[in-house]
Design a protein around this ligand. Structure first.
Ligand code: SUG
Length: 446
């Protein structure tokens, strides 16, 4: 078994981070519509998390933001003339669509792709399928640049396969790693890949949410497993509880997180909870692993508290001593039920013995917690050596990115600022400089 480590690739928050209420079904996004954002603070909060975890010895990388605004999208729906004219007409006629063209949503890299490490795949390569994110306009065009970025980072086809997004149609709604968890004895060993879906396109008898959309389909999850060459015995599909989606749990990573042999989840995470995890237990038995389940009862933490605190959108990280740290947003400590629960969790003698808390308020106000901000990629030493090195987090890179943010980012962005052509030019200048900084001259197709 090869020596392998889990890397977390966090999305660097882009200069146009704003609150536009674009994600129906995501309570925070909806509640903060049109409030003034602070892109500089957002980027620095994200970088502080990356740096703190890297300095603790957790393997950490960064994925760059995308070009904004998306003029191609705006022109494709009939806005014409100079760039300045496109912006001003879009602002007057369709401000929500303009905000969509400016969204910094690629920061939530848990939605960039689904990743299967080489220990799990038929051809022994690490496979990525870029998520189509077709449920929301502002996320539906991320995949083009995401594929370009992942192909640039994981360019060596002897080790990596980056698949383009699935067909962008409701049957294949795919939100990437936010609905995928890998359980295993250790990161380098063959694992069981658990796909969690919200609905089934071709089975009308299956329950689905009534109020909010289910973004991930079973058909999409199965397609990803096929593309990656996963073994049937080590792949399980579990349905999310539709009532929980209707309470604002728009991705499974808002209600469950797994790491190694531990699954930390809420009582109401899965449909038919009593039997839902049986296939997972059985598949794990096939790799001589027993599931360590940490089930949180609704009486201890309600679904509403889980949604406001983002308790389960935490990162569960293995430490060298075999114990685990839970990386939480500070909102968890501000919620009485959740902070009580967490205190008892760390003292219980179970796998989690440490909490690491971050202020990620800017991202949280759009419904993005610590786990949304990162894409996990398990890599062997040979694979690490074969990837682009410029995205690995070091003190030098951290320092360079902090100065870059300081130079280019605004500390206040209101909806009307999106109509200003000077702002569009500022974003472009910033990204041109960033691609040099990360050692990627052709990262963007401006
Ligand atoms: O897709 N919010 C994102 C949050 C993604 C969270 N990711 C995970 N759970 N893995 C979404 O709903 C809000 C943008 C706005 O409203 O301006 C937004 O896209």
């Amino acid at each position: 078994m090869a020596n392998a480590r889990e890397f977390n690739f966090d999305g660097l928050v882009g200069p146009s981070h704003n609150y536009a209420g674009l994600s129906f079904g995501n309570v925070a996004s909806y509640n903060n519509v049109k409030s003034v954002s602070n892109p500089k603070e957002a980027a620095l909060q994200g970088l502080a998390k990356m740096r703190a975890l890297a300095s603790r010895g957790f393997a950490q990388g960064v994925l760059p933001p995308q070009v904004r605004p998306n003029f191609r999208m705006l022109r494709s729906i009939g806005f014409t003339g100079s760039d300045a004219e496109v912006l001003s007409c879009a602002y007057k006629e369709a401000p929500v669509i303009l905000a969509s063209a400016y969204s910094a949503s690629p920061m939530w890299t848990a939605n960039a792709a689904t990743v299967s490490p080489s220990a799990d795949t038929a051809d022994g390569r690490t496979h990525f399928t870029v998520a189509n994110l077709n449920n929301k306009l502002h996320r539906s065009y991320e995949h083009t640049q995401t594929a370009r970025t992942l192909k640039a980072v994981f360019f060596d086809e002897r080790h990596f396969a980056v698949h383009d997004a699935l067909p962008a149609t409701p049957a294949f709604g795919d939100e990437g790693a936010a609905n995928h968890t890998r359980l295993c004895a250790s990161h380098g060993a063959p694992g069981v890949e658990m796909f969690v879906y919200g609905r089934v396109e071709f089975d009308p008898d299956r329950p689905s949410p009534r109020r909010f959309p289910a973004r991930q389909t079973l058909e999409a999850s199965q397609a990803v497993a096929r593309l990656h060459g996963l073994s049937e015995r080590r792949t399980v599909y579990i349905q999310q509880d539709p009532d929980t989606i209707d309470q604002g749990v728009f991705h499974n990573d808002v209600i469950a997180v797994g790491n190694a042999d531990v699954l930390f989840y809420h009582q109401h995470a899965f449909h038919h909870e009593r039997t839902a995890l049986e296939p997972l237990r059985q598949a794990l038995a096939g790799v001589d692993t027993e599931l360590r389940a940490i089930r949180v009862n609704a009486a201890e933490v309600s679904v509403a508290d889980a949604v406001t605190s983002y308790l389960f959108n935490s990162q569960l990280l293995s430490k060298p001593d075999g114990r685990m740290a839970l990386v939480i947003p500070q909102e968890c400590q501000e919620n009485a039920a959740v902070s009580r629960y967490l205190q008892q969790l760390t003292l219980s003698g179970g796998p989690v013995d440490e909490l690491i808390s971050f202020d990620l308020r800017q991202s949280m106000r759009n419904g993005g917690g610590p786990a949304c901000l990162r894409l996990r990629v398990v890599l062997t030493d040979a694979e690490v050596a074969a990837m682009h090195q410029g995205v690995l987090m070091t003190e030098d890179l951290y320092g360079a990115l902090v100065s870059w943010v300081g130079k280019h980012y605004r500390d206040r962005l209101a909806p009307a600022d999106l109509a200003d052509p000077a702002f569009a030019a500022e974003v472009q200048t910033a990204l041109e400089e960033l691609s040099g900084l990360l050692g990627f001259p052709d990262l963007y197709a401006f």
